[in-house]
Write a protein that binds this ligand. Sequence first.
Ligand code: HEM
Length: 391
Amino acid sequence: MTPFEAATHSDPYIYYSGLRRQNGLLFDADLRLWIASSAKAVEAILGHPDCLVRPLNEPVPPAIAQGVAGVIFGRLMRMNEGPKHLCPRMAIEPALASVETDCIANVVSRVFETLDNPVENLDELMFTLPVSVVAALIGLPSSRLREVARLTRNFVACLSPLSDSTQLDEAHSGATRLSQLFSALLSKGDESSRFLSHIWSGCEASAWTDHDALIANLIGLLSQTCEATAGLIGNTLVALHRDPDLIKDMQPTLTLVADFVEEVARYDSPVQNTRRFVAKRCTIGDCVLEAGDTVLVLLASANRDPYANPDPDSLLVKRTQRRIFSFGSGRHQCPGQRLALAIASEAISAWLHLQPALSAHPYRWRYLPSLNGRIPHFYREQELSNDRRYL
Ligand code: HEM
């Protein structure tokens, strides 16, 4: 197995533990990259100032560099270091932190009502709901939420090296339309939502006036939400399918759901890995990394490192001092962690509320093709043969 295959393997965790036993940071000569698998190595790489989110000579992947999706990509805080990272982060992070849990619950239940049969149609629950919730919080009108969820899904295809030219064309069109929608929203000033007025205040406080970068980073909030939160909801459903007794435990006490979702985020991370690019020679532990080297950072493996989480291979709803690497760490650590966990647990609670008994409707699942995301696609046996995702 390679670490890229591991992301969508039915059980990658034995493979990860083998890597950790060899060495928490090792060089794979076949793949020609470093692999960080222990909690210590993952934290060290993500915290190192010379391990950057993009290669110095390639700020935007060549496959998308000539289109609108590439322009948006090049302005995302996620894909930059220095001021192009810090300025949007300083404006947006406090706004994300300010959204109250009750407000998230209200927006989730409003959006849940508009979904097309979310008990059976799990794509609606996993993909349409989270992006719609974030778009609604930003202030996009309810009449546009479904369209925005679809456009975001098209746009995120530009982030995957597995996408074909049709998907990349759709990603460029998605980026164009999302930019228009956000441009129209921003032209209304700060009346659209509390969240947006919080961002405006952050922009003013830090004297950050790059309007185009703000639009790109609002699109970034949707794209960061899209697949990762779909994966978190999906992997929680997988855990419930594997142990249907949990549903009985949880239905009367929905307060357990938040703990359960958080433990699934650790146990079966929707983002299995991320990458870093070495800008200057640096020493991590006893390894010397050279400028130009690439590091594959196995977040999902760090979650299962016994030094970070005792008894790591048990799914413990009431785990104490849980350490989660699924949201990264260091300067690019996910600012949407609390929001993502809240959206996912509200979504699962709403689904459990409507779901009388799982065993009567067993699903099967396969993971969507990806080199780093772990997102199950649920199906009934007969649906598989015609599904283009597996051809
Ligand atoms: C389960 C859901 C989510 C997971 C697992 C997740 C995971 C991550 C990870 C691993 C990173 C860091 C990547 C790296 O350092 O290489 C990240 C960054 C980021 N995430 Fe999330 N995320 C989730 C949901 C969200 C949501 C809901 C939002 C916002 C609405 C969000 C916004 C961001 C942003 C803006 C960044 C870039 C931060 C920076 O570069 O400083 N994420 N996320």
